[in-house]
Ligand binder design. Structure first.
Ligand code: NAP
Ligand code: G4F
Length: 329
């Protein structure tokens, strides 16, 4: 039986990856930081199957201990401050959690279990103000946010540990991927949650930033399969994972609102607080290398993804409303 250690297991990707690895018969260790109110929502179905370890990305001692206890064959480093917009008001915390923490994790593996295979969650945000379209593994980086800058550091330190210490370290350059487990502040989930609330009469409007931004949006459940595939190859390497299709935020609104027979133009209010100091205008990935080398493929397309998210938000908001009614709130 193989053993995996996942950081960020309570997040969107961590929860899908843990499910995938459990299905494959792995023993799964999950690193969780201490929070005042435990957050198990994404892993509620598999909570008892995960071996929980307490640790923080910025505490090297706790990471060394996590690697020692789990003795993993594979380490998936998914934990990070992952919300781009929060990286301007919190640039130092972002650098610590999204950049330096990668070195902490690599050091823990190098010291305790150097033959473990290592996956780093890199990001298309590194391409930022893109210098070519579509973006592939060889496209130069031009990050546009403190988050993007931090991810570039995480990417290169992973490559460096591979080249310096001969570690099996891979960097997955993943384009945006979403799901019903996406955090509520990210644009897809913000929209699908608002659609559900507006449809059910508990919200009147949605306040948005730049509707012209273009993204290459896929389904997180498909993308975690690529993470696993990268660690099953003979040689470590870096791969772009994307759909190869681009849609605007405006199109996202159109698809989500029209699914419940509403017109987004009746509800969207542009609010400058959601416009970023420096924007990534477009991202479009070319994942030919992943398709050819890993045999990776997509199962869920853009419309199916947004419809799935609206359906799940409708269910959740309805059950919240029933709960409030029962409680007399
Ligand atoms: P997410 O839902 O925000 O999950 C982030 C995870 O990191 C959470 O489990 C969080 O724990 C944990 N974490 C944050 N700070 C930590 C700390 N100091 N110590 C320990 N754990 C900490 O992110 P995601 O969408 O699943 O993304 C996973 C990774 O892929 C991230 O590194 C992200 O930057 C990267 N990425 C994501 C995308 C995308 O489109 N989703 C694309 C490219 C790259 P709590 O539950 O306690 O907050
Ligand atoms: O959903 P977003 O916040 O995702 P963003 O910034 O592209 O970052 C996500 O994808 C990256 C991969 O490229 C990951 F590395 C990162 O961790 C994260 O998962 O914003 C998408 C676009 C942006 O252009 C933003 O300006 O939507 C635009 N937008 C317009 N109005 C908005 C809003 N974004 C948010 N969050 N909220 C708005 O009201």
């Amino acid at each position: 039986m193989k053993t995996a250690l996942i950081t960020g297991v309570t997040g969107q990707d961590g929860s899908y990856l843990a499910e995938l690895l459990l299905d494959k018969g792995y023993k799964v260790f999950g690193l969780r930081r201490r929070t005042s109110t435990p957050n198990y929502e994404n892993v509620i179905r598999i909570k008892d199957k995960i071996h929980w370890l307490s640790g923080d990305l910025n505490d090297l001692a706790s990471l060394i201990e996590a690697v020692r206890i789990s003795n993993p064959d594979e380490v998936y480093n998914l934990a990070a401050q992952s919300f781009v917009a929060a990286s301007w008001p919190q640039p130092i915390a972002t650098a610590q959690m999204t950049a330096l923490a990668v070195t902490n994790m690599l050091e823990a593996v190098r010291i305790v279990k150097p033959d473990a295979r290592f996956y780093q969650a890199s990001s298309s945000e590194m391409f930022g103000k893109v210098v070519e379209t579509p973006q592939k593994e060889t496209t130069p980086f031009y990050p546009r946010s403190p988050y993007g800058v931090a991810k570039v550091y995480g990417h290169w330190i992973t490559v460096n540990y591979r080249e310096s210490f001969n570690m099996f370290a891979c960097s997955g350059i993943l384009f945006n991927h979403e799901s019903p487990r996406r955090g509520l502040e990210f644009v897809t989930r913000k929209v699908t949650d608002a659609v559900a609330r507006i449809k059910l009469g508990v919200q009147n409007e949605i306040r948005m930033g730049n509707l012209d931004a273009l993204r290459d949006w896929g389904f997180a459940g498909d993308y975690v399969k690529a993470m696993w595939l990268m660690l099953q190859q003979d040689e470590p390497d870096d791969f772009v994972i994307s759909t190869g299709e681009m849609h605007s935020v405006r199109e996202l609104l159109e698809v989500a609102f029209s699914y419940v027979n509403l017109n987004y133009k009746d509800y969207v209010v542009i609010d400058s607080q959601f416009v970023r100091p420096a924007e990534v205008e477009l991202l479009l990935g070319d994942c030919t290398k992943a398709k050819e080398t890993l045999g990776w493929k997509l199962d869920v397309d853009f419309k199916q993804l947004i419809h799935m998210m609206v359906d799940e938000d409708l269910k959740r908001v309805k059950s919240e409303m029933r709960y409030y009614e029962l409680m007399g709130i």
